[in-house]
Structure formats: structure tokens, C-alpha cells
Design a protein around this ligand. Sequence first.
Ligand SMILES: [Zn+2]
Length: 103
Amino acid sequence: MIPPDFSIMSNEDQGYEEIIRVIADIHCARGPARCEKCKEAAKERTPCLLRIYVNEGRVTRPVIELERDGQRFFMVFDVVKRFNSVQEARDYAEEYGVEDIEF
Ligand SMILES: [Zn+2]
């Protein structure tokens, strides 16, 4: 389900928005429940620049739960960039105008 206001919040030509969240490392699509290497990777949590897709494609991607207008939605995303520190993430957000940040 796509939040009704996503067309306003996003660049419609591109169809995505970028946010920063601290997420667990991802090794592969199988996930920590089925893959030992994913279980190891999931112990590391780093701030990441995520690209949230407004129009969910057919490509299998991980999903993230986001709140918009008091409602929660699951959106597909790609990890665009991993930051080495929260400070690095903050600097990036400031430089590129990423407004939706959560640490
Ligand atoms: Zn894995």
C-alpha cells in the first residue's frame, strides 16, 4: 500500500525519496532467519542512506516500516550508502537536504 501523500513528498519523476536510518547489515536476501552470515552481519548496525521507492517494482527488495500521517506503511528500499559514523550521516543529510533522519 502506498501512502497517499507520497507523491507530494517525493520527486515524482524519480519516484523515490531518501532517508537515513540505522539498520542492521544485510548479507543477502535470505535474511538472518535462514542464513548464518546474515545473522553475523545483523549484529552490526550502521547509519545508512536508504532510497525508498514510491512505486514498488517487481524486483525483490527489503522493506522498512515508515510512519506517514500517523499511519504505518511498509516501503521497499535499497541501501544507497553506509556511513561510518552518525556524524558522517548528519553531515551528508545537511549537505544533500535529507530531512527524514532517525538514529
Ligand atoms: Zn546471508
